[in-house]
Design a protein around this ligand. Structure first.
Ligand SMILES: [Zn+2]
Ligand SMILES: [Zn+2]
Length: 344
């Protein structure tokens, strides 16, 4: 099979011919139709994630049809369409797995990081961690739901009943969360890089009540600058630690800032008054299978639809570079089976 392989952090991905992977016990082999491109893949390339499998095939939003079954596998039939998310495996025995928090499993394995992922024509996955593809979603349309959508869904859950929701950074995940939040009757405020008219336009189109630039610092968040009202919760998608005090300064008392990314630059010191009055800062890590199943049931009812920017498998490097430079509107996806209609 052909795959895009990362040999070491800092190196470009290489289009490589690899032996077809064999499904192990309880695993399925999938003919990959599409694989989403995520900021986490950039952190992997840049060496910001500890101890990756190397070489590794990145990609953790993998969609395709089951085409071979490993020993004992029987949850899916050959031909069934499935998605493979970030959580590839959890032990089922540790204190976290035993308390409904397999996302925090001490021995967890991750797709496209500690195991090979979906930047390839074939992928193998533990059938218990695959999700059935929802009706009405092709491979390319389903792919971004598997991380951008799912992590956003979990992050949104951490905001409780927050009515006024701020989304800091309006990329793949935020544009899906925005649809969910609007569907739930929340009021969405989108905060983007200064002058990012494309992202702000997309946010308004998807139902955000207000879209504007992220305030430059906590002080300007409290002045007449954006956003127009205090927020009950904020989700930070951009990997920029300096946004944490800014988001806190935008919060109503009792509000929460949820950091949704796997990696963030250092959070600068800030005065305690920004946290005072029961404001909170927390992170969201990974996902559980229960999150995945719930989100896959919910997505068609909204319906959650990703804005798609398609690339071919061999163009994965370009997709990642576009993501790095903020040139992706919505979600970048590798169309592995059909190639791409061209970036942009
Ligand atoms: Zn565990
Ligand atoms: Zn991801």
């Amino acid at each position: 099979m052909r795959a895009m392989v990362l040999r070491a952090p800092g190196r470009p991905l290489e289009l490589t011919e690899l032996p077809d992977p064999e499904p192990g016990p309880g695993q399925v082999r999938i003919a990959v139709g599409a694989c989403g491109v995520c900021r986490t893949d950039l952190h992997l390339l840049d060496g910001e994630l500890p101890d990756p499998k190397l070489p590794v095939v990145p990609g953790h939003q993998v969609v395709g049809a089951v085409e071979a079954l490993g020993e004992g596998a029987g949850r899916f039939a050959v031909g069934d369409r499935v998605g493979v998310p970030w959580l590839a495996w959890a032990c089922g025995e540790c204190r976290f797995c035993l308390s409904g928090r397999e996302n925090l499993c001490e021995r967890a394995e991750f797709t496209g990081y500690t195991r090979d992922g979906g930047y390839a024509e074939l992928a193998v996955a533990d059938e218990r961690f695959c999700l059935p593809a929802p009706e009405g979603y092709g491979d390319v349309a389903f792919a971004p739901l598997l991380c951008a959508g799912l992590i956003g869904f979990r992050a949104l859950g951490m905001t409780g009943e927050a009515e006024r929701l701020g989304l800091f950074g309006f990329g793949a995940s935020a544009h899906l969360v925005c649809q969910l939040a609007v569907h739930e009757g929340r009021r969405v405020f989108a905060l983007t890089r200064e002058g990012d008219d494309r992202a702000q336009g997309l946010a308004r189109q998807l139902g955000a009540e207000w879209a504007g630039a992220v305030p430059a610092d906590p002080d300007s968040a409290r002045g007449s600058a954006a956003p127009p009202e205090p927020l009950d919760a904020a989700i930070i998608f951009a990997p920029a630690g300096e946004l944490v005090p800014v988001a806190l300064a935008c919060l109503e008392r009792g509000g929460v800032v949820v950091c949704a990314g796997i990696h963030m630059s250092a959070i600068p010191a800030f005065p305690y008054e920004l946290l005072w009055e029961e404001r909170a800062v927390r992170s969201v890590a990974n996902l559980t299978r229960a999150d995945g199943e719930e989100f896959v049931r919910l997505a068609p009812r909204v319906p959650v639809r990703a804005e798609l920017q398609e690339y071919s498998l061999a163009d994965a490097g370009h997709a990642l570079e576009d993501l790095r430079r903020g040139r992706v509107r919505g979600a970048a996806v590798l169309n592995v089976r059909d190639g791409a209609t061209g970036p942009g």
